[in-house]
Write a protein that binds this ligand. Sequence first.
Ligand code: M6R
Length: 471
Amino acid sequence: MVPLEEAVRRALQHTRGAYAIVVLCSDQPDRIVAVRQISPLVIGLGEGETLLASDIPALLSYTRDVLIIEDGEMAVITARGATVQRLDGAAVAKEPMRITWDAEMAEKGGYPHFMLKEIHEQPRALQETMMGRLDSPGAPELDGVSYTSEFVRGLRKLWITACGTAYHAGLVGRWVIEHWAQIPVEPELASELRYRHPLIDPNAMAVAISQSGETADTLAAAREARKRGARLAAITNVVGSTLSREADDVLYVRAGPEIAVASSKAYITMLVALQMLALDLGLRRGTMATARAAQIISALKALPGKAQEVLLREGEVESLAGRLADRGHMFFIGRGLDYAVAQEGSLKLKEISYLHSEALAAGELKHGTLALVTPGVPVFALVTQRHVYEKTLSNIQEVKARGGLVIAVAYDSDTEITKHAEVVLRIPDTDDDLAPVLSIIPLQLFAYYVARERGNDIDQPRNLAKSVTVE
Ligand code: M6R
């Protein structure tokens, strides 16, 4: 009889594409063979048991000792444990990796859903993201990032690539990098970038953003950028993920395990990671004055406390969600960074409430979509960007003139807005460039409470997966 490993090896000569497969054979019941190519595969080494999964969080309630299987490797699991070999049969010596996340962190901790727990963990997650990185008043110290100042000064362009919520974080990243470091930035959805002919060259850096570090399209886009000579920086949450292992520089967001399919704490920690990166690039290029950097650092450090203040206002969002949960369509508008947050607020609502919503650059409304604004249609208007405040107010007027119900997300100090919006969701004042970290929170809570009102499966919405490891 052909040993199972050999049979799998021969079968794989006929395969192509991305996969992680696990093979069992009734004639050889003492072993399981698993192989990966692009898709993730992780082995958990438990007490008297060995486990296989596609990501580390799935293993956390069983064990914290894991072996990460790389592309083209085969794991053989028997009662004695796991061994790893390459597809040509050569043994691979692998040290188990110890995951230091607390297993409790992957449980609900008294909240009805992981999503609500993760929204409430955001102040702490923000602290973790910044911990040890903003201690010196003049410049961030980004562990895992090893580019030189000379390289940064020679940069001609940055590409940001990601999917879904991570892409929306990238849109915020574009703004701050262009503003603070004066480098042109092109954000592109990973599923588009990989099939384009992007003009990426060695004078560019690609920043790939992914909570899981395993999203198939993001990995492919990152590889494409690297193939074209760009240095690859990764912003990710999962230590040891494929993206983190392939990147030249890795900035971990340290959000802790995110279980709910709808991303919340990973998003806002990505924002802060990008803000720290922008600060670092700006200082190295000399486009950011040290006094301004010190101001931003101090505003960043105040964010966890301010995020906590937003969470204390949860009740207002909950009652608004109760009022609006039966509406058919909603819109989110904003300009600049507010538009980037509008896109994330809209995605959050769609994916867990199953309501239709759309985000628009506020100035675009009158170019078509305004036709859909009829009496009572909810329109969320974000108004944190002071340089375009008056412009957004005039867009709010366009909505009001059609009878739309305007819900503003505004700073505490903004007294003008109450004259224009029926409902105002407040956030503490901050530097406008940092506002997305706070303004997204009421929108996350709104999506959560609408979904709850509608009786949906919040943590595992229909048709969606936490890690999209297929193309
Ligand atoms: O793990 P990643 O950050 O690469 O995942 C990317 C998207 O699949 C993810 O952000 C998705 O959009 C979320 N479900 C949104 O909440």
